[in-house]
Design a protein around this ligand. Structure first.
Ligand SMILES: Cc1ncc(COP(=O)(O)O)c(C=O)c1O
Length: 412
């Protein structure tokens, strides 16, 4: 079997990484639709339960289809990186039922009652609710600080010894704020605080947080990693292999946050073309941002590849490209937002992101409809804000649909 490791090219890893030849010589790893696995003997069962012999026991703990997706993503996040001894960095990935499942394993496995999570105000809504509403009931507190202001972060770490974990999401929804992973991680490490980065928006194609001494990376694989919008999933990655194999694995198993063979298969299949897709997503996004910036009906464009974005210097430092996510503010406010969505003829009106086709949403009338107006505006979710996950359609077709949908036309 070929040695597919993180020193090979990223395209090669996407295709061959994590693949183990299968006994029936199937070219692709099949969907292992079996809840349990058999033992040759009682001795073998004992050895497997003791961890002395490797093998599959029960599908909540893993199966070959899940394993391939995990190993592929671990190689992608470790791509080209070295450990402290100068050897290729080894990571362990645990596939989950969803991004939220991965966040739950990571938080519950690292933060205990009486301790706190330190995070930034711009977070995925589900993570925000988990930290703000669910975990406090278990005695786990939180502090929210503007992560752009490193002196405030340092003050929080100095004055609050109960902070156990720093959670960084960058770039963040929906204004594409970008946070300095190296600086934040260095501060956290000075205070013995664990660091996790949600790398969903960037993906390992654009940004590799393990470069900056973080402890964990997580993703909603539902997005660019799967790339086709066919399955919900999440992954937690860690470099402390002992901890990942013991306490994180235990937490994942006992929370029942496991993935399944079918969705893992869809993820692996999507990953095979991940780098090619990302290249096109990114080049299209830059062209869309340039077009929107000169459109007279657009008040503002939030894209990390435009000089007007306040975080452009951070993005240039830590990302290979500004990515495929952007948002823009229509001049006509809420009504213009609604009209724009209704006018779309080609591009898809849907929440979520990272699928091959362009997805467009109007947060004020959908994901944030229940958030009081003043509150959402503080988070940058203004009335006419449109979020766009730029797809891989032909760029002319994307631009033409945007043009006709943005242009105000009262007769429509
Ligand atoms: C940045 C980010 N993190 C986590 C999640 C949660 O992922 P999932 O929906 O797969 O549970 C999402 C979902 O949109 C997200 O955008």
């Amino acid at each position: 079997m070929a040695d597919i490791n993180s020193t090979l090219g990223m395209d090669t890893i996407c295709l061959h990484g994590g693949h183990t030849p299968e006994s029936n010589r199937a070219h692709l790893t099949p969907i292992y639709a079996s809840s349990t696995y058999t033992f040759d003997s009682a001795e073998q069962a004992i050895a497997m339960f003791k961890g002395e012999e490797k093998g599959y026991i029960y599908a909540r703990w893993g199966n070959p289809t899940i394993n391939e997706a995990e190993e592929k993503i671990a190689l992608l996040e470790a791509y080209g990186l070295k450990d402290s001894s100068g050897n290729p960095l080894k990571l362990k990935a645990i596939l989950h039922a969803s991004g939220m499942g991965a966040i739950c394993t990571m938080l519950l496995g690292n933060v205990h009652a009486g301790q706190k999570i330190l995070t930034h105000y711009s977070l995925y809504g589900g993570t925000h609710e988990l930290v703000e509403k669910i975990l406090p009931e278990l005695g786990i507190g939180y502090s929210i600080v503007d992560f752009h202001d490193l002196s405030k972060v340092e003050d929080a770490l100095k004055s609050n010894k109960s902070i156990a974990l720093m959670h960084i999401e960058t770039p963040a929804n929906p204004t594409l704020q970008c946070l300095d992973i190296a600086a934040l991680s260095a501060l956290a490490k000075q205070h013995g605080v664990i660091v996790c980065v949600d790398n969903t928006f960037a993906t390992p194609y654009l940004q590799q947080p393990f470069r900056y001494d973080v402890d964990y990376v997580m993703h909603s694989t539902t997005k660019f990693l799967n790339g086709h919008g066919t399955a919900i999933g999440g992954v937690l990655l860690g470099k402390d292999l002992d901890r990942m194999n013991k306490s994180m694995t235990k937490m994942h198993r006992l929370l029942g946050a496991n993935s399944n063979a079918f969705e893992a298969f869809l993820l692996t299949n999507g990953l095979r073309t991940f780098t090619l897709r990302m290249e096109r997503h990114c080049s299209n996004a830059q062209k869309v941002a340039d077009y929107l910036e000169q459109n007279p009906n657009v008040a503002r464009v939030n894209y990390l590849g435009l000089a007007s974005h306040p975080d452009v210097a951070i993005a240039e430092k830590q990302m290979k490209h500004p990515g495929a996510m952007l948002s823009f503010e229509l001049k006509g406010g809420f009504d213009a937002g609604i009209r724009f969505i209704d006018n779309l003829k080609l591009l898809t009106s849907a929440v979520s992101l990272g699928t091959c086709d362009t997805l467009i949403s109007h947060p004020a009338s959908t994901t944030h409809v229940g958030v009081p107006r003043e509150e959402r505006i503080t988070f940058g979710i203004t009335d006419g804000l449109i979020r766009m996950s730029v797809g891989i359609e032909n760029i002319e077709d994307i631009l033409n649909d945007l043009e006709q949908a943005i242009t105000p036309n009262p007769s429509r």
